[in-house]
Ligand binder design. Structure first.
Ligand SMILES: [Zn+2]
Length: 618
């Protein structure tokens, strides 16, 4: 075993089982430290104070005794920069001396060339500095200070920056801050600085607005029951560490339904080789007016949440707080070769706001069937035919299917970003929620933000929760075209007379009349739905031959509170005037000052926070 003295001291503080996932020859950086402390908090909260204190002392002592700082040598370029710059100027000369190129084309080629260097420099400089033993690079590696891009600006070269419109500035910045810049480089770099400043201001403003709306949608989700006793759950990969703290929705390999998943349970389940298990989730909870403690799972405080915990607000804050810390830097995001890909705040915002003109939108199949035709269009792009439906694929996107492929409505035909409201429309509320959950996790991760799955589940449950009534004869108390919350609609839903229990694989083409796994009422059973149900051992589902009398919809985040049953809760958002008028006209309104939404109680004032005995609310 190869290790260091410092690591042995660290090991003497942290019990072996809590650092089992960090090999002894791996350095402990801020991320590893964070993971260890998180595990202590979750698995041994009683030791947290002691361990964190000792680690803090170890850090202070280490800092004093080593006197770690950086030296002038650390500011010298760690690579042969002359060779690199000769290479660059050779390419510049090639581009400038080509008389066939227009000025515009020349600039374009220059920018692309600089962009290539710009994206590889941070790693190049960082790796070379580490090799040289630079303390500055060690600070970056440990996560203590700075990042690779900042190290590169200081001792390497930025090559390319973007202006505030995210357009690349076509002047190559070849000097580092340490070397000093030429006037032209300085002015080019100042565009990047300006873009950074503007992005910081806007990211605070935009992410603040998004956070406000996510909060408004999720704030009425309280823990209203201990156990809703649902049999539903979401399918998750067995190896996913985020399962720790969730509750099994079904018995698997000796562990019964209702078992809280600990590290040990998860390891045992992983050993069985089963690829997926199903766990209780905020997404599939059937508690009235909120979420039950079991479906919420063990959270930050290491135990199941107590009754009346405001987990909606906690989850919304956990998701949106990192957004406003302007972690979504725009610097170097020009990615000229990749200009159509939507990243950063814009991607995250689109997931929730689902705008009509969805950026970088992937094409999804509108119906079940076979890919009949793929034709190139004279104006650019492609047309893909599935049965009677034609789908346009824009020239920026790649086709991901071939002729003869069997597909289902809502399956992806091209690259690009999936509009979550399309999945809800084509595959149902349940599948739409699971898709949004995955998209939230992936998009945040791409932007360097780790969100806990349980928090993302709560927010997903809050934002994807609507159906639009088509036939009012079959839905008591609703009018055609009414958009209502699925969570309350499903409580009073009565299965239709022709409903029967059947094996999912023998029910293809029928519609669910009761929830199963994460699938919601009204979901059409397709071969892939049947397979997923069978894989998770859901052998009997309640189905009907008839199309449901409502359509699943994902409403824009901004309009979400407008569909709350409580008329006063609708006023805590935009569209106040519209909502007020709507309620005056309908006349059929009610409010509850001790309900799960804090707004009516706050407006009334006097009894806020003092609900009658036995009532869960504000
Ligand atoms: Zn529940």
């Amino acid at each position: 075993m190869t290790t260091t003295v410092a690591r042995l001291i660290f090991n003497s503080i942290v019990p072996e089982k809590l650092r089992s996932d960090i090999p002894d020859d791996q350095p402990i950086g801020s991320q590893e430290l964070k993971n260890v402390l998180q595990r202590v908090a979750e698995e041994h909260p009683e030791q947290y104070r002691d361990i964190s204190f000792k680690l803090m002392r170890l850090g202070s002592k280490g800092a004093v005794e080593t006197g770690s700082s950086f030296s002038m040598q650390d500011l010298e370029s760690p690579i042969d920069k002359k060779k690199l710059l000769d290479e660059v100027s050779q390419r510049e000369n090639d581009i400038f001396s080509d008389s066939k190129l227009t000025q515009e084309k020349k600039e374009d080629l220059l920018v692309k060339m600089y962009d290539k260097y710009s994206s590889k420099m941070p790693d190049l400089i960082f790796d070379a500095s580490i090799k040289k033993g630079s303390n500055l690079a060690k600070m970056v590696a440990s996560g203590a200070r700075g990042n690779k891009s900042q190290l590169n600006s200081n001792i390497g070269a930025d090559f390319l920056v973007t202006d505030q419109f995210n357009k690349p500035v076509p002047i190559g910045i070849k000097s580092s801050y340490t070397e000093g810049m030429s006037p032209a480089e300085y002015f080019a770099a100042s565009y990047g600085t300006r873009a950074g400043l503007i992005a910081t201001k806007f990211s605070t403003q935009n992410s603040g607005f998004l956070a406000k709306q996510i909060n408004a949608s999720a704030m009425d989700l309280l823990v209203t029951e201990d156990d809703c006793e649902t049999k539903s759950g979401i399918p998750v990969s067995t190896g996913d560490k985020e399962n720790i703290g969730s509750v099994l929705s079904k018995g698997f390999n000796g562990y019964s339904a209702g078992t809280i998943i600990t590290n040990k349970v998860l390891q045992d389940l992983q050993k069985t080789g089963r690829p997926q298990i199903s766990v209780r989730s905020a997404i599939t909870c059937s508690a009235s007016n909120g979420i039950c403690s079991k479906c919420a799972g063990v959270r930050e405080r290491g135990k199941l949440p107590a009754l009346s915990d405001a987990i909606g607000l906690a989850a919304a804050s956990a998701l949106t707080e990192p957004l406003s810390q302007s972690l979504l830097s725009t610097k170097h995001s020009a990615g000229v070769a990749n200009a159509s890909k939507v990243t950063g705040f814009k991607a995250i915002n689109s997931l929730f706001q689902v705008p009509d003109t969805f950026p970088d939108k992937a094409s999804l199949s509108e119906s079940d069937g076979t890919i009949d035709k793929i034709e190139q269009l004279p104006q650019g792009g492609f047309s893909i035919t599935v049965g009677e439906k034609h789908h346009f694929i824009s020239p920026e996107h790649e086709i991901l299917v071939k002729r003869g492929d069997k597909i289902e409505a809502g399956d992806r035909l091209s690259s690009g970003m999936i509009n979550p409201s399309d999945i809800v429309r084509l595959k149902g509320v349940g599948a739409g929620r699971l898709n949004l959950l995955k998209q939230i996790q992936d998009t945040f991760k791409e932007n360097g933000i780790n969100v806990s799955r349980k928090n993302a589940e709560v927010v997903t449950r809050a934002v994807v929760d609507h159906v639009k009534i088509v036939d009012a004869d079959e839905t008591d108390g609703y009018l055609p075209d009414d958009t209502v919350e699925y969570s309350s609609f499903s409580k009073t839903y009565k299965p239709r007379e022709d409903s029967v229990y059947g094996d999912p694989s023998k029910s293809i083409g029928k519609y669910l009349e009761a929830p199963a796994l994460h699938y919601t009422i009204g979901t059409r059973i397709t071969p892939s739905v049947a397979k997923q149900l069978n894989d998770m051992e859901e052998t009997q589902v309640l189905v009907s031959d008839k199309q449901p009398s409502f359509n699943p919809v994902m409403v824009r985040l901004m309009e979400n509170p407008s569909y709350d049953k409580d008329w006063m809760s609708q006023l805590g958002t935009s569209y106040v005037q519209k909502n007020l008028k709507k309620n005056v006209i309908s006349g059929d309104v009610s409010t509850d000052i001790h309900g799960t939404n804090p707004l009516p109680g706050l407006a009334y004032g006097k009894e806020f926070g003092k609900p009658p005995k036995g009532v869960i609310g504000y």
